[in-house]
Design a protein around this ligand. Structure first.
Ligand code: CP
Ligand code: NVA
Length: 334
């Protein structure tokens, strides 16, 4: 049922540019194949006897559970390790931890604060290391996002993605580059203070041009989303930035994704979806929301027919599985 795999054996994922455009698109295709296979009730053994360490410094629902089930579905194992569980960076340096875990495990997925930690793990462990979110990037998220767009619209061609909110967080940084690599037009709607980093913008702009699309940044969301096919948002305050909550709410309130903004795309009757990496604050769905009033999306949009957020979140599992399989599976096992 599965007769093909991208050439990513032994490869780490630090950021979107870790893979070529073609490798990224092939990985997304593999995820679609694995999804269809699982839906047909098939559990394979592509990760038989492969063990993956999950080092998490920050909370996670999707990334953690996707990784565990992705490994288990294919006959492998995953061990969840939080900072207080191991000596990581406290009694034992990142470099030493990398060298120890690299002798025990076949791969490491890291979620944490510093991109440098992720890179150090990759440098010293001798096994593939995958970035499961750092302050700067969230590449595994973007594979799921692109798969969701592709399966909903049938193609990644002629798609405009409008990201609305904090334009320089981990998701926005990776989404901008992911869209550029996939040939998806990217529009970032964000206040001046949160514009994407200039260097990242220039780098992604070059990739976008190579793929026949462009990247634009607007501080007026209603103008920016005109013609968009995907409205994408994320929380206004990322993990680790809690001290900035009040200032962010003030700054980002005009960037809330509500039905008026969906209408401003001009595509309510056409090709339009709403995405969010989740977790999301929408109306009074959590205690935090009730307290802060910081809603990046209204319930009306979150629960609407346009919202594909749960397909997107399911796709985290299929794309993470594709990542593990393409880096660890033996071709002979296909
Ligand atoms: N989208 C995402 O990464 O979710 P978690 O924080 O639950 O892993
Ligand atoms: N930008 C968010 C993404 C969560 C998946 C954060 O870093 O908290």
């Amino acid at each position: 049922m599965l007769n093909w795999m991208p050439e990513l054996k032994g490869r780490s994922l630090m950021r979107m540019t870790s893979f070529t455009d073609e490798e990224m698109l092939n990985l997304i295709d593999l995820a679609a194949q694995l999804k269809a296979r699982r839906r047909a009730g098939v559990r394979g053994d592509l990760l038989h006897r492969k063990n993956i360490a999950l080092i998490f410094e920050k909370s996670s629902t999707r990334t953690r559970n996707s990784s565990i089930i992705a490994a288990r579905d294919e006959g492998g194992g995953a061990e969840y390790l939080t900072r207080p569980d191991i000596h990581f960076g406290k009694k034992e340096s990142v470099k030493d931890t990398a060298r120890v875990l690299g002798r025990i495990y076949d791969g490491i997925l890291f979620r944490g604060f510093s991109q440098k930690t992720c890179e150090e793990l990759a440098q010293y462990s001798g096994v593939p290391v995958w970035n499961g979110l750092t302050d700067e990037y969230h590449p595994t998220q973007i594979f799921a996002d692109l798969l969701t767009v592709k399966e909903t619209f049938g193609s990644l061609k002629d798609v405009t993605m409008a990201y609305v909110g904090d334009g320089r967080n981990n998701v926005a940084n990776s989404l901008m580059m992911g869209c550029a690599k996939a040939g998806v037009r990217y529009v970032c709607c964000t206040p001046k203070e949160l514009w994407p980093d200039e260097k990242m913008l220039a780098e992604a702009g070059e990739v976008a041009r190579r793929n026949g699309v462009d990247i634009r940044v607007f501080d007026d969301p209603a103008k920016g989303v005109k013609g968009a096919n995907v409205l994408y948002t994320d929380v206004w305050v990322s993990m680790g930035e809690e001290a900035k909550t009040a200032e962010r709410i003030k700054m980002l309130r005009p960037y809330q994704v509500n039905m008026d903004l969906m209408k401003a795309t001009g595509n309510l009757e056409g090709k339009l979806m709403f995405l969010h990496c989740l977790p999301a604050f929408h109306d009074d769905n959590t205690d935090v929301t009730k307290e802060s009033g910081a809603l990046e999306v209204t319930d009306e949009v979150f629960e609407s027919k346009y919202s594909k957020v749960f397909d997107e979140s399911e796709n985290r599992m299929h794309t993470i599985k594709a990542l593990f399989v393409s880096a660890l599976a033996d071709r002979a096992a296909l």
